[in-house]
Design a protein around this ligand. Sequence first.
Ligand SMILES: [Zn+2]
Length: 289
Amino acid sequence: MTEPLLLAIDVRPGRIVLATVHRHRVIDTRRLEREGCDDAARTAAGIALLRERAPGPIVGLAGVWRPEARLGLADPRGFIALLEDVGARTALPTSWLPHGAALALGEWSRSQVEGPLAALALDVGVAGGVVLDGRAFAPLRLDLGHVSVDPDGLKCACGGRGCLHTYASETAMQLLARDVESSLELPSPADRQQVMGSHLAARQAEKVRSTHVLIARAGRAMGLAAGHLAEAFGVVEVRVRGRHPDQWRVLSATAAKVAADVYGERAPRLVAAESSEDAFFVGAVAAHS
Ligand SMILES: [Zn+2]
């Protein structure tokens, strides 16, 4: 195998992951713990090692940028500076994509989907992108975590209202769960003994109820966002990747029902993403050429 290969780089708060990608497949990886300094020098050394092991010449470096979760498309300058520094040290041309767009392109690269596809990553924040005609659509301007599903909805850190992020992100669900918890009244010490049994039962019931409320709200927001994507871009399939395997499983039924109720036949398919972490690398590399 002597055809050219590309490298992908995923910069996270505690670590940097490098991946050698051949066509749509990750064939080698290297993980570097970040120590707060010399990131560029250590990354360049990691790349030198991957180059030695690679079955062909490595011709480019494609970055996956993970914006600050709460702020949507936050400032990428620190990331770009690191990428350019590494590019200069390794003599590799660089490019980059936000991780939502990279996920969408990575999923699309491996799919048989005819027509526009969207992907959503449910994490501490929500991110996502749309692929139109095989390309990430406006990856630096379109952040699906901040698609509004309710103009009168909750205020978001981005300045908007009713963003998907404010309903379906882990951060949002934790905040909403805390609100529900703190609204519960605890019994006084005198009453405690007497009511403890019934209180615990009530509390448990309330917890179950609040979990249902959270899931319903998140699932509904996902369904509405999917419908918006079908209307705006003709998206036929939305792929969802949760950080926890069960996350999408519990939300999917509500999301699909809401999308079908509101958008009828125009509702896109809502499915779990096929790829693991690989999709981010494959997508970033696919955008490079
Ligand atoms: Zn927002």
